[in-house]
Write a protein of this length. Structure first.
Length: 167
């Protein structure tokens, strides 16, 4: 075993934080994988929290902003990801407040708009297939089925109306 496990732990944490921000639980897992004693892990991470190099609230806010902007994930998907990273429920809820219902709706519309092929098929079976695929894509991003069907149907209607303007 290393003669100074605290120094080893500090080096591991600094290396991990250099690559990207991490939650306390992610760092704890990494240190325990490297067989750092639990008491040393706690002491080192407490010190990193004191100097604000490890801050779960800041991590959660940054994670939500980044993943919502980049991947257009729904709040439910972001909540799951934060939970997997060991973020406390109240901390995650505070971070998720950044994403409003309006933001989520707009993001879903953008996702559908990117995938919706124009012209929309006239055949009912083909149109239903397109609808199911788009709703499934939204579901993979964490959007509820009811929201998915509403957004997809509204988007298809808008495209159809644009294709066939009434004269």
């Amino acid at each position: 075993m290393d003669p100074d496990p605290a120094a080893t732990a500090r080096a591991i944490v600094l290396r991990q934080l250099t690559a990207s921000a991490k939650s306390r639980q992610q760092l704890t897992r990494k240190l325990l994988e490297r067989e750092i004693p639990e008491d040393v892990v706690e002491a080192v991470l407490d010190r990193f929290e004191e100097v604000r190099l490890v801050d779960d609230a800041d991590f959660a806010e940054t994670w939500v902003r980044s993943r919502f902007a980049g991947r257009k994930l729904a709040r439910s998907a972001l909540q799951r990801e934060l939970q997997e990273k060991g973020i406390a429920e109240d901390t995650a809820a505070a971070a998720l407040e950044q994403v409003s219902d309006v933001d989520e709706d707009a993001a879903a519309r953008i996702l559908v708009g990117r995938k919706l092929k124009v012209p929309v098929p006239d055949d009912r079976a083909e149109r239903e297939k397109v609808t199911r695929r788009l709703v499934a894509m939204l579901a993979r991003k964490g959007y509820s089925p009811s929201m998915g069907f509403r957004i997809v149907n509204e988007s298809i209607a808008a495209v159809t109306d644009a294709e066939n303007p009434e004269t």
